[in-house]
Design a protein around this ligand. Structure first.
Ligand code: DSN
Length: 422
């Protein structure tokens, strides 16, 4: 646990909130599939003196002086990112996944051009052109969906028809709530037919691709990948764009990030990214990635045994989506709240073609990156899935919930959050 000695002395309100979060993270099980625990080394770099420095530009081409050390860390971050994702070029400056996607759109398209991406309610993401986003006013977004929501199979015939009809500049593969592998070769084949770029938004599965347990879209000819660094990759909160091999595209992406979209890069975060990438290049990261998948499969088995409908029929990755309203009569919002009461954090989520509302949907989304970081394996994943289902079934039974909370506590004590990964 961190001590926050200086904050403790000078700012009690913030200190109390920090200690509250320290304890919340230690004493609860984190199943939000986009969250994780960063190592102490990553957090040291994130909280380092690099927060003091302005470094507009890129290594060797900065606008301000005093860049001898910023250039070292940014160059290392870039080289490590290239190695992790089999990319020829990397831009490590995007402040987050949304910023990475917006910069990528501006690098690859002109205003008014079209993107063909995954429908939000079928697993796509807000930054893939949801009507409420600013980017939706600049570019035209059209959608593909799953053919069968109970297997997760994408409707590639429809995707091809949409591509032929709308002539997109970008075909976007990627998701934040979808639990199957994509047929990347199919995306590339369709994109070639219509002259579109292929971009994969791998924000959720960065660690699984870097760990070699899921397919790397670059092996199938994708042009660009966008991502976040704080999810399964266990880095600091931030974004990144990598380019497979096209130098011209890489130049356009660099320009779109700076000066197109952003000013001074957050060099403290870039230092932390470099540290996280070093950790992900360590041989034990592969074991971590393998275990994430095993734990998700163990949870899948329990939900299936209990007759709870899983979207896509199960999972090939780190996350699961369960239709708890259809199967247990509890809404996603109620499930999120009652699970929070016993110390299990996850999020409500829309299911495909949601019949309810976004704020009170039918589903929950949960995943295994964070619990796997704590060292939990299949036995604990099985136990947790059983506890989740028991909690949802006992939503109005205070005594039962107290008993479950004790079991969750015992698990947390047996598997403290680690500080060091290598
Ligand atoms: N908020 C992230 C997630 O939970 O998937 C993506 O933006």
């Amino acid at each position: 646990m961190n001590e926050y000695t200086y904050i403790k002395e000078q700012d009690d309100a913030i200190y109390q909130a920090l200690m509250g979060e320290e304890l919340r993270e230690q004493r609860g099980i984190e199943l939000i599939p986009s969250e994780n625990y960063a190592s102490k080394a990553v957090r040291e770099a994130n909280g380092s003196v690099f927060t003091n420095k302005y470094s507009e530009g890129y290594p060797g081409k900065r606008y301000y002086g005093g860049q001898q050390f910023t250039d070292v860390i940014e160059t290392l971050a870039i080289e490590r990112a290239k190695q992790l994702f089999k990319a020829k070029y990397a831009n490590v400056q995007p402040l987050g996944g949304a910023a990475a996607n917006v910069a990528m759109y501006f690098a690859l398209m002109e205003p008014g051009d079209t993107v063909l991406g995954m429908d939000l309610s079928h697993g796509g993401h807000l930054t893939h052109g949801h009507p409420t986003t600013a980017i939706n006013k600049v570019f035209n977004f059209v959608r593909y969906k799953m053919k069968d929501v109970d297997t997760g199979e994408i409707d590639y015939d429809h995707l091809r028809q949409m591509a032929l009809e709308h002539k997109p500049k970008i075909i976007l593969a990627g998701f934040s709530a979808y639990s199957r592998e994509l047929d990347y070769a199919k995306f590339v084949e369709i994109a070639k037919e219509v002259g579109a770029y292929t971009v994969a938004d791998i924000a959720h599965i960065t660690g699984l691709i870097a760990g070699g347990v899921l397919k790397n879209p670059f092996d199938y000819g994708f042009d660009v990948m966008t991502m976040t660094t704080h999810k399964s990759l266990r880095g600091p909160r931030g974004g990144m764009i990598v380019v497979r091999e096209d130098a011209e595209l890489a130049k356009r992406i660099d320009k779109a990030v700076f000066p197109g979209m952003q000013g001074g890069p957050h060099m403290n975060v870039i230092a932390a990214k470099a540290v996280a990438f070093q950790e992900a290049l360590h041989p034990n990261f592969k074991e971590y990635a393998v275990q994430i998948l095993k734990n998700a499969k163990a949870m899948e088995a329990v939900f299936k045994k209990e007759g709870i409908r899983l979207l896509c029929g199960g999972t090939d990755n780190h996350l699961l989506l369960a239709d708890v309203y259809g199967s247990l009569g509890i809404t996603g919002k109620e499930a999120e709240m009652v699970l929070d009461e016993v110390g299990i954090t996850l999020n409500k989520n829309m299911i495909a073609d949601e019949p309810r509302t976004a704020m009170d949907p039918s589903g929950i989304r949960f995943g295994t990156p964070a619990m796997t970081t704590r060292g939990m394996k299949e036995a604990e994943a099985t136990k947790l899935a059983e506890l989740m289902i028991a909690t949802m079934r006992a939503k109005d039974d205070a005594e039962a919930k107290i008993a479950i909370q004790k079991e969750v506590q015992a698990l947390c004590e047996a598997f403290p959050v680690p500080e060091r990964f290598v």
